[in-house]
Design a binder for this molecule. Sequence first.
Ligand SMILES: N[C@@H](CCC(=O)N[C@@H](CS)C(=O)NCC(=O)O)C(=O)O
Length: 226
Amino acid sequence: MPDGKMTDGRLVLGNRRYSSWSLRGWLAVRLAGLEVEEVVIPMGPDGTPAIRAASPHGLVPYLEHRGARVWESIAIAEYCAEQAPGLWPEDRVARAAARSIAAEMHAGFRGLRQAMPMNLGREFPGGGRTPEALADIARIEALWREVRAASGGPFLTGPRLGLADAIFAPVVTRFLTWQPEIAADTRDYVAAVRAHPLLARWYAEALAEPAAWLLDKYEAPAGYAP
Ligand SMILES: N[C@@H](CCC(=O)N[C@@H](CS)C(=O)NCC(=O)O)C(=O)O
């Protein structure tokens, strides 16, 4: 947003390198074209008092838009879908599938999220392969395969990046960072998402964040030995 331009609100985010939920909310907001300023709060090692103070539930992302206050990334996605119809598939059956997989991601896959945290600036090949993470990855690959077969790809719900992709985007970054063994069609999907201009922008901004924002727990994850 250029300096001095009036906006319709603000989107509060954690720092881009680590905040996977922020990436989801930001993608939804940018796909919907909402004119909001971005407020980035660097995450702390054991929770972030500034984040707790900045949003109703003490977490990011948090959106304020034209009088609406929206928290939880899945609610932000639904709000954005109301503002910009077309972010979910038009077809009822495809839309039901897209919403279901997005909800499954929002509610679960803790094994993967805990074992392979998001860090856009690092590669930890071979790390994080707990049984729980590998089971989550198998389920995610199957989900992606099924919806892309139905939509024709390259994205989950068709030719354009949509809300289901936004919700799974941090998984794409985790696969690039932790490099688990994944099938060729999963690699194709990862490459398609990574090449999208919005992902490219998020990565570039993440890599330009100050060194003072780096956290040991993400830069040198416990148990990872190259
Ligand atoms: N269920 C929430 C999860 C949000 C969340 O856990 N965000 C993390 C950052 S990725 C956070 O705000 N952590 C608080 C902190 O660092 O203090 C959502 O979908 O938005």
